[in-house]
Every structure is written in structure tokens, then in C-alpha cells.
Write a protein that binds this ligand. Structure first.
Ligand SMILES: [Ca+2]
Length: 494
């Protein structure tokens, strides 16, 4: 093409652009964003580009973007025309016509345990992480054996920790020396993408460690006091990964009190192999969570029954060990903090949600498993973080107001001795059947090869190695080990 022809083409193109501008200004109300590809690829020719533009806007709408080299244009067109173009692109001179497809960043957290966190995908967490909507922190109370105060997973996020038994609020008082509480807190709220441990459900939640005891069982009085303390100190979410087969009146009253203050509560359904849902999970106002496996089956150890509200992964869940390192844990104890963590995410996005509305969003967005509709194994289904957040954000303009029930006092029959209520202890579902499997050391760089090869080990339930103590786990995670070696990981049920 000669220089003269090229410049005349440019002039013609410019003139056509002016015509287009006038046409665009006369365009009626926009209704739909559509991306189309013209049948004739204009290439870099300004004339062809201008002619294509003219043709596209001649039937209404405007062009808001173009990739002329590919013949691709972004249009704002009335809905009726959008439908016509999409249903019959060829008949409208197009190769294809498509709505905009939202592309999201694919954040793969760099936490060494993440390679084994099948559960994060299972509850659809990755699309949620990093969204600005979930940035404002919500306080989650972890009523358990305390939380390790020194792990990088929780740095700067502890609020109002307490040892309920002694009443001490000194950090040393609610230090976790048992492990269950740290594991539970990690699942709910371990910092993600910090190169350490795992990626918990909520990376920004404030954590209120409410230590009920230093072993796998607690007094129901202490549990009731813990629930009350958490509610009084601003917890929006309470996690209770413990329970008992019989109802505890003090805990029932405390739960009703917290609910009256607008606290969302999640509890482990129980690990009684198909037995009835335990308390406080079965209490009204508490979200009872059963446990699923990596194949979305019900975990064999999970409690079932009509009291089950939701299901979440609870079998071979990788978590952070009490003194650092990774630990494979199983139990409804770890299903519950997943729901608690998702509840915190939803409250971050919509702080005015009532517990009833939040529970409703969780259930209506859950993945229905088992028989269609609610069932005794999975309740409303497997919790889906992204779907729940989407539904909450989608209704953000609608304020849901639910009448808060005032504190319900549990009536204890006169003929019943007080023995039941006062001696009920809640089991922290202490470890049993501990075996070990291997995972890379926490805090060290995990190569892709390493992750790939050991994923199998993480999901294999029968991987055997000599049983190690917690102390040994802690020792082997020091940086004296080369990054490429593996370390032990405890397996326990909680
Ligand atoms: Ca982490």
C-alpha cells in the first residue's frame, strides 16, 4: 500500500469514526454488554475497522472496546438485540456473540500445607480468598483447649483471650498445651498465603481463644461460662467442637443467651459413628455440622439425625499442629470451624446479617448431597463458601430483620436430680488411634514435585510410621531439616 493510499484510508476511517460518534450519541438506553467477533476480520486496516464499527452500531447500541486485529468488539446493546445476536450470530454477520465472562485471579496460597487442603476446594473457598468484600474482621470465639499464642498463623489477631477455669486473661493462661484448640482455630482462621502452615477459612478474622480446659473434656459449667463470656465480649461467631450425648442445661441456657445477642454458633455434630447429634450441636440456634470425606461421602464416624444443619469436610483434614508443623486430623471437630469460618466471611461482607438470615444463606447455597433436600446425614448439604457469599452480596440491598428470641430458660423437671446437669462433661473428642503420615515441614519451601508425590500419602488413611509424640513433631519441623526432606505428621481424631 502506497503512502498516499494509506493516508487516504486513515482519513476515511477518521470520517467514519465521526459518523459513528454521532450514531453512538443517539443510542437509546444501554442494557447489555456483549462481546462479538465480526465475520470479516478487519486486521489492522482502519477502513475495515471503521466499516465494521458502522455496521455494528447501525442497529442500535454502542462500541465500548475493540481488538481490531482480531475483529472483536465489545458492545452495549439493548437486551432484545443482545438476545438476537447471541441466538443467531451468523445471521447477523458475526462469528460469535457472548456475554462478558468474568475472569478471576487464581490465588494459590503459598502455605506448605495447602497442597493437602482438599477441603478448601470442597467448600469452594479459593474464589472467595482475596475479595475486598471480606476484608473487615469479625471476631470468632474458639471455645476449646486454648490456642497456641506463638504461631505466625494468628499474629496480631487475638482478642480477649481467657482461661475460663482460672479467669485469667494473660496470654500464657490460654496457651494451648493440648492441641485441639490450635487445630480447630487453624481450620477456621489460620492466615493464608503467609508461607506457613495452612490457609484457614478466614484470613482476617479476629480470634478469641476461650480456654475451657487443658484436656479433651470440659465441665458443662465452664462451657456455659465460656459461651456467655464470648457473647458478652463481642464475638459474632462461636465455635464449639465438643459435645455430650445428653443435654446440658447450663450450656443450653448459655447458647440461648448468646443467640439472643445475635451470635452465630457452630458445633460439631459428634463422632459417634451414626449415633444421634450431640449437644450443644442439637440445641436450637446452633448450626450442627456433620463430617464429609474428600469424595463428599459422609464420614463413617459422623453423628447423623434431623438436627444436622450442614455438612463440611472432617476426614483427614490437614491442620496446624499445636507447636507448629502439620497434622492430619479427623472428626466433626474440624467440620464445625469450617462453617464458623464461612460464617465469619459472610459477616465481614454483611455485618448486619442476623444469625437466622445467615444460617438461611448457608443452607440455601449449600451443595445438596444424598437424597434431594435436607437429610439426616448432610442436613441442607455441603457448605459452599463462594455460593453463600454470592447470595449474601446479591441480596445486600435487602435488609433481613428477624426477631431475636429472648433467652430461653431450660426447664428442668423437679423430679430429676441435678446430677445430670452438674456432672455432664463435654468431650473434646480426644485423640485416639493416632498414626502418622508424612508431610513437608511447615515454613519451608515445598517444591511441586514434593507436593505431588506426597499428596497420595496425605489422603491415604493407612500410611504407617512409628507413632510420634507432639514434641517430636515440633522438633522435626525446625529449619535444621533440609527443605526437601519430609517430616512426620500426626493423625488424630477430634
Ligand atoms: Ca498459613
Amino acid at each position: 500500500m502506497s503512502r498516499t493510499r494509506r493516508s487516504s484510508s486513515a482519513l476515511l476511517g477518521f470520517a467514519l469514526m465521526l459518523v459513528l460518534l454521532v450514531l453512538a450519541m443517539a443510542t437509546p438506553a444501554r442494557a447489555d454488554t456483549l462481546i462479538v467477533r465480526a465475520r470479516t476480520t478487519p486486521g489492522a486496516s482502519p477502513v475495515a475497522d471503521a466499516l465494521t464499527r458502522l455496521e455494528l452500531v447501525s442497529q442500535g447500541g454502542s462500541i465500548t472496546g475493540a481488538i481490531p486485529e482480531l475483529g472483536i468488539y465489545r458492545l452495549e446493546v439493548p437486551t432484545s438485540r443482545s438476545q438476537r445476536l447471541r441466538s443467531d450470530p451468523a445471521g447477523n454477520g458475526l462469528v460469535w456473540a457472548q456475554h462478558d465472562v468474568v475472569m478471576r485471579t487464581s490465588l494459590v496460597p503459598n502455605d506448605p500445607g495447602y497442597a493437602y487442603q482438599w477441603w478448601a476446594g470442597s467448600i469452594n473457598l479459593p474464589p472467595v480468598w482475596g475479595l475486598p468484600e471480606i476484608a473487615s474482621p469479625v471476631t470468632v470465639a474458639v471455645l476449646d483447649t486454648g490456642v497456641n499464642t506463638d504461631l505466625p498463623e494468628f499474629t496480631g489477631r487475638f482478642v480477649d483471650g481467657i482461661d475460663i477455669v482460672t479467669g485469667s486473661t494473660a496470654p500464657g493462661a490460654w496457651q494451648d498445651t493440648y492441641g485441639h484448640g490450635t487445630e480447630v482455630a487453624s481450620v477456621a482462621a489460620a492466615a493464608g498465603n503467609n508461607g506457613y502452615g495452612i490457609a484457614g477459612v478466614s484470613w482476617s478474622a479476629r480470634i478469641m481463644p476461650v480456654k475451657l480446659g487443658s484436656s479433651g473434656s470440659f465441665s458443662s459449667f465452664d462451657a456455659a461460662q465460656g459461651v456467655t463470656y464470648a457473647a458478652d465480649h463481642g464475638a459474632r461467631v462461636i465455635n464449639m467442637s465438643w459435645g455430650a450425648p445428653s443435654r446440658s442445661y447450663p450450656v443450653a441456657d448459655a447458647v440461648a443467651y448468646a443467640r439472643g445477642l445475635g451470635v452465630v454458633m457452630a458445633a460439631a455434630a459428634g463422632n459417634n459413628y451414626g449415633g444421634a447429634v450431640e449437644y450443644p450441636a442439637a440445641e436450637p440456634g446452633v448450626i450442627a455440622v456433620s463430617a464429609t470425606t474428600s469424595t463428599n461421602a459422609l464420614a463413617a464416624f459422623s453423628a447423623i439425625g434431623s438436627a444436622v444443619d450442614l455438612a463440611a469436610p472432617g476426614s483427614s483434614v490437614v491442620s496446624v499442629a499445636p507447636y507448629g508443623g502439620l497434622v492430619l486430623v479427623s472428626g466433626t471437630s474440624f467440620s464445625s470451624p469450617m462453617v464458623a469460618g464461612v460464617a465469619a466471611l459472610l459477616l465481614s461482607a454483611a455485618p448486619d446479617l442476623t444469625p437466622a438470615a445467615l444460617e438461611s444463606f448457608l443452607k440455601s447455597s449449600a451443595l445438596d448431597l444424598g437424597p434431594t433436600g435436607p437429610d439426616p446425614s448432610f442436613g441442607a448439604g455441603l457448605v459452599d463458601a463462594a455460593a453463600a457469599l454470592t447470595s449474601v452480596l446479591g441480596s445486600a440491598t435487602t435488609t433481613t430483620t428477624t426477631t431475636q428470641t429472648s433467652t430461653t430458660t431450660t426447664t428442668q423437671p423437679e423430679t430429676t436430680t441435678t446430677t445430670q446437669a452438674t456432672t455432664t462433661t463435654t468431650s473434646g473428642r480426644g485423640s485416639r488411634g493416632e498414626t502418622t503420615t508424612t508431610l513437608p515441614p511447615v515454613g519451608t519451601t515445598t517444591t511441586t514435585t514434593q507436593a505431588t508425590t506426597t499428596t497420595t500419602q496425605a489422603t491415604t488413611t493407612t500410611t504407617t510410621q512409628a507413632t510420634t509424640t507432639t514434641t517430636q513433631v515440633s522438633t522435626t519441623t525446625t529449619t535444621t531439616q533440609p527443605p526437601t526432606t519430609t517430616t512426620t505428621i500426626k493423625r488424630r481424631r477430634g
